[in-house]
Structure formats: structure tokens, C-alpha cells
Design a protein around this ligand. Sequence first.
Ligand code: BDR
Ligand code: CA
Length: 332
Amino acid sequence: MSDKIKVILDCDTGSDDAVAICTALLSPEKLDVLGICTVNGNRPVPNTTENTLRVKDLLGSDVPVIRGCYCPMVKSLDPRREVLETAHSAKGEDGKEITYHAEYLDCLPPSHSKPLPMHAVTWLIDTLMNSEEKITVVPVGPLTNIAMALRLEPRIAEHIEQFVIMGGGHLERNSTAAAEFNIWVDPEAAQIVFESGVKIVLMPLDATHRAYLTPEDSKYFRSLGTKLGDFIAQEIDDRVEAYNLLQPLHIPDIAPMHDALCVAYLLDPSVITDIRHVRVDVDFSGGLCDGETVVDTRLIPPVKPKNCYLCMNTDSDKFASMLRDILSRAKN
Ligand code: BDR
Ligand code: CA
């Protein structure tokens, strides 16, 4: 048995997903990444799959990429639930589109590798059921693939070491006043995962808004003179611009790298400075709070068992220094 952590990533790549993937694939001494599933989220699944393949090619990795679900489990049956309050993009002064996640990661060339010829949900079930060691699953997009796999084969839960999920927000939210994007896209799927009985470490916005890189980091990455360094610098610059315009945060000129915090936590849990064992459920009733992660902070004995280790704060300096170190390992 190897002492590396066996990991499956589930991504809607996406700029910060791309940074998470790079961080994981450049940490082979600690992480054995078995595969990367893709899902609808930041962009439709053909785009998130192509983007994932571009990142894999950039790193010269042979990790399998497996295309997953095209739409949320049931949410899209109710058209009243499809209103996104916050803009995902806007036109800058020069007419250029400013967005968190471009249609494609267009500073990377089109992919030359292919996804596996099977569905991510089937692959997840096969891989988990046939693994002798438990596997850590890291979903950093909407939870559709994971919930579908749990519904098709609930016994996969016994083969999962833990979920480390980017999603939700307790005091901070983004897609609506109540909800964070990944949970808001597929609230029913999220609730299925929260009820799975598997250990969950949840990275909500409260922690991930403190997991950021800055224009200084961008300069550093550009100075490396590598393709990966240029790519990371570009993603930082684009995200700084997008956050300043579309979603100003507690500090200006920062690029939160939400999804990369899940990987950083696996590599060094001390990057999280406040973690609480609580009950979290998702509102999927379709109203004002659709997609909210409802955290039970009451001190009375919980009615339902505690199901999440909720990460509420991040050591921002440690996070940035980990990413600087790991992402400068690429040879080209
Ligand atoms: C989450 O939503 C996506 O836009 C990001 O990739 C991240 O996973 C943050 O709310
Ligand atoms: Ca994501």
C-alpha cells in the first residue's frame, strides 16, 4: 500500500479549477491522481472537458479525463429556478469581455488528448468499487456526477475516504444572496452528497475568499519563463479584473482560487485555520434561499447527525506560498 493519497478530482474547468488541477498534478510525492471527471458548471460540459484536457496537455500528464453530466439532476425541470442574479461577465471599457471563466481557456492551445470513451458516473462507480484502498474524492464543481454515482451505486460510499468539496457559504455567498455557485447549480445533488454518510470537508466561500493570489504573484509566475507560469499569471490577471468589476471582495485586486484550496488542504491541512464540525443541509425548495447551505450552529444537541467539517478561514500567506512553490515545479 502506498502512503500517497489516492484522489479523484471532479471539475467544471474553469479558471480556478485549472489551478487546482495543476496543483494536484504537480504534487506527485503526496497525491496519486487517478482521474479527473468533468461536469456542467462554469461552462457546458463539452467546454469544461476540453479545458481539462488542455490543462492535462500543458502538464504533459497521462491522467485519465472522463466526461460527466450535461445538466443538473432535476433542477432544470423547473424554469422558475434558472434565474442567476449576478452577472458572470461584463464588457470592459475597451469592449473586451471580462469574466471569471472564459468559454475556453484560450491562452492554451486546443487539446491533443481525448477523454476516456465512457461516462464519468460509470467510471467513478467502477473505479471506487474496484479499489482496495479508500479514495479521496474532491468535487470542485456542481455535485451532479457524484450524486448520480451515489444514486446508481450507494455502496461506493464505503470506498470513499472523504469528500473535500468546494461549495457553499455561511457568511459569504456569490450566485444569490443565499447561495454559492456550485451548490446553487444543483442543490438536489448537493443534498444527496451531504446525506451520503461519507466524511465531508467543506470549503465554503468563507474560507476560499481568503485563498487568493495577487498581481505580485502574477509577476512572480510570469518571471519563471515557463508555459505554466505564463498560464497561471494570465488566470490571476483575468480573475483580479473579473472580481474587481463583478464581485468586489474584502480586499481589492485579489484572485480567489477557490478550488485550489481543496488541494492545498489535502497537502497541508494547516492551511485551514478554523474548522468546525456541524450539520449542513441544502435548501432546494426553489424559493429565495434555493441552494443555500444551511449550517446548524446551535449549541443544543443536533437533531440530525453532524455531517461536515466546515472550513471557515484560511492562512492566506501559507496558501499563496504553497501555490508559488508547487506551480513553479513545471519544467516548461
Ligand atoms: C466556485 O464556482 C466556480 O465558479 C468556481 O470554479 C468555484 O468552484 C466558487 O463559487
Ligand atoms: Ca469549479
